[in-house]
Design a protein around this ligand. Structure first.
Ligand code: HEC
Length: 105
């Protein structure tokens, strides 16, 4: 019984960590990222990619790659440098939670 509730507790903690904090992600995105990637994750700049609806795993990986230098870009390397793991997780959760619809030409 104790073991089971411990497992459940761990699962909940892990679940929270994976899901990220949407509100915190949004606050950071609005403050830092929206000027280029748009407040709705649709890019405002011709050379910046849309982030809305991108898979969370992909966003986390790319931000960590910019931060470590594995992926390099004049702007994004500087922006990713000070981000903590938690901030990256929250930002990724925020953009991944956006729903995008596509219309074929
Ligand atoms: C000054 C403009 C600017 C700001 C501000 C900015 N970005 Fe970017 N971002 C770019 C550009 C330009 C690229 C394309 C870089 C490349 O070619 O690798 C990019 C690429 C990315 C990518 C890779 C997307 C992909 O499809 O591989 C992610 C993820 C990303 N940005 C997240 C963020 C987040 C999160 C923030 C805020 C913390 C942010 N960016 C702030 C301009 C910006």
């Amino acid at each position: 019984m104790v073991a089971r509730s411990l497992l459940l507790g761990l699962a909940l903690v892990a679940g929270t960590a994976i899901a990220g904090d949407l509100a915190a992600g949004r606050a950071k995105a609005d403050a830092v990222c929206a000027v280029c990637h748009g407040p709705n994750g649709l890019s405002m700049q011709p050379n910046a990619p849309h982030l809305a609806g991108q898979p969370e795993i992909y966003l986390v990986e790319q931000l960590k790659n910019y931060r470590s230098g594995k992926r390099s870009h004049d702007v994004m390397s500087v922006i990713a440098k000070p981000l903590t793991d938690a901030e990256i997780q929250n930002l990724a959760a925020w953009y991944a939670a956006m729903q995008v619809s596509v219309q074929l030409p």
